[in-house]
Design a protein around this ligand. Structure first.
Ligand SMILES: *Cc1c(COP(=O)(O)O)cnc(C)c1O
Length: 370
C-alpha cells in the first residue's frame, strides 16, 4: 500500500490548460489578465467589494496590518492555538502579539479572553477560523465596536465556511486567505486580501505596488515604501480554474469530513470540528480531539499513524510555548490541553472511501488497544 498523504491539491485539465495558456500567452499587455479574473471570481464568491491577490496569506496580513498603522508599541490580540503565520506579521511591524486562550468546543479565540486582554495599546484583534471552524464573529465584532478596535479575519483555513449567511473572511475590517498547496484551493503559493472598505482597499493597493498610488502618473514614483507580495499571472491562472470549481472543491472537503464523522460520532470520548446552528463549516482539516479521560495522547496518535504509513499531523502548539515567543507570560490552559490529545486526519479531495476507512481503522484500534 502506498502512503496516505494528509493533503494534496485537486488539479484537473482545466488548471493545466489555464496555466499553460498563461505561460505561453500571458505576457505583455495580457500579463495581468488571469490576476484580474482571479480577483473578480474571488470577490463574487465571497460577496465582498474588493480583493487583491498576493503571493501569500502572510503577505496579505502584513499589508493589511500595516494599512491599519500597526507599529512598534502596539498590541494585536490573537488566539494562542494557531500557526505562526497568523502572528508573524504582527512582529514584522514591531508590534507585540497578545496570545489569548481558545474555546474548548470550537478551538477558536475566546471572546471573553479577548475583552480581558484589551489595553490602551490594542490596535487590532485577529480572528482565525481554525481548521474551518468559525470564530464567534458576532461577539468579536461587538467587542471591536465597543472598544473601537478593528477585527480582522484570517480565513486561510475557512474557504467554504459561512457565519449566519456571510462567508468567512467577509465580515471583519479585512480578511485574508491562503492558496498554499495544503489549502482547500491552491495556486501553489498564493493569498488574497479582501475588504469592503474603500479607503483600506486603496491603501493596501498602494502598499502592494511598492508604494505607487493608482492615480500616480509619474513612472517609477512611489509615494511611500510599500511591499512586494504580488501573485504571478501563471499562479492566478491555476487560481481561476480552482475558483470555477470552488463549489465542487468545498463540497468534496465536506464529504470527506462527513464520512469520517458518520463513524466517529458514534464513539464516545472524542470530538470533531463543530458546525454550530446557523453556520456552515468548510472542514478544511478534519480533526479529532480525545477527551483527557481517554488517556490517548498526541505521541501515541503520531506513533500509530506512522506505523500505518498515514500522514496525520499534530494539532497546532500554543504559539506562546514556541521559542520565538518565549517571553510571553500568558498561560492558556485550553490551548495547552487541546494539542496534547488531538490529531489532524488526511482529507485531500481525491481521497477514496477505502483510504478513509484505513484511517478510521487505525483510530478504532487506538480506542480499543491504547
Ligand atoms: C496557511 C495559513 C496561513 C499562511 O498562509 P501562507 O499563504 O502560507 O502565507 C496563515 N494563516 C492561517 C490560518 C493558515 O492556515
Amino acid at each position: 500500500m502506498s502512503r496516505i498523504h494528509y493533503t494534496k491539491p485537486s488539479i484537473t485539465q482545466l488548471e493545466i490548460d489555464y496555466a499553460t495558456d498563461a505561460a505561453i500567452n500571458g505576457w505583455g499587455e495580457r500579463c495581468y489578465e488571469y490576476i484580474g479574473r482571479f480577483e473578480q471570481l474571488f470577490r463574487e464568491h465571497l460577496g465582498v467589494k474588493h480583493a487583491i491577490a498576493t503571493s501569500s496569506c502572510t503577505g496579505a496580513l502584513h499589508m493589511g496590518l500595516a494599512a491599519l498603522d500597526v507599529g512598534p508599541g502596539d498590541e494585536v490580540i490573537v488566539a494562542d492555538t494557531n500557526w505562526i503565520a497568523s502572528a508573524a506579521p504582527i512582529t514584522y511591524l514591531g508590534a507585540t502579539p497578545i496570545f489569548v486562550d481558545v474555546l474548548p468546543d470550537t478551538w477558536c479565540i475566546d471572546p471573553e479572553q479577548v475583552e480581558k486582554a484589551i489595553t490602551a495599546r490594542t490596535k487590532a484583534i485577529i480572528a482565525v477560523h481554525i481548521y474551518g471552524n468559525l470564530c464567534d464573529m458576532d461577539s468579536l465584532m461587538n467587542i471591536g465596536k465597543r472598544h473601537g478596535i478593528p477585527v480582522i479575519e484570517d480565513a486561510a483555513e475557512a474557504i467554504g465556511s459561512v457565519w449566519h449567511g456571510k462567508r468567512a473572511g467577509s465580515i471583519g475590517e479585512f480578511g485574508t486567505f491562503s492558496f498554499h498547496g495544503t489549502k482547500t484551493i491552491t495556486t501553489g503559493e498564493g493569498g488574497m486580501f479582501v475588504t469592503n472598505d474603500d479607503n483600506l482597499y486603496e491603501k493596501v493597493l498602494t502598499l502592494s505596488n511598492h508604494g505607487r498610488a493608482r492615480g500616480q502618473t509619474r513612472q517609477f514614483w512611489p509615494d511611500m515604501v510599500g511591499f512586494k507580495y504580488k501573485i504571478s499571472n501563471i499562479q492566478a491562472a491555476i487560481g481561476c480554474a480552482q475558483m470555477e470549481r470552488i463549489g465542487e472543491l468545498i463540497a468534496r472537503k465536506r464529504e470527506v469530513f462527513e464520512h469520517y464523522a458518520e463513524r466517529l460520532r458514534k464513539i464516545p470520548g472524542l470530538s470533531l470540528n463543530p458546525q454550530k446552528a446557523g453556520t456552515v463549516n468548510g472542514y478544511w482539516m478534519p480533526t479529532v480531539v480525545f477527551e483527557k479521560e481517554s488517556g490517548i495522547t498526541r505521541e501515541f496518535l503520531q506513533k500509530i499513524f506512522r506505523e500505518a504509513d498515514i500522514d496525520a499531523r499534530v494539532f497546532f502548539w500554543p504559539l506562546s510555548t514556541l521559542p520565538p515567543f518565549s517571553t510571553s507570560t500568558t498561560s492558556n490552559p485550553v490551548a495547552k490541553s487541546l494539542c496534547e490529545r488531538a490529531i489532524n486526519l488526511p482529507s485531500y479531495h481525491d481521497m477514496t472511501k477505502n483510504e478513509q476507512d484505513m484511517v478510521l481503522a487505525v483510530l478504532a484500534n487506538a480506542m480499543q488497544g491504547k
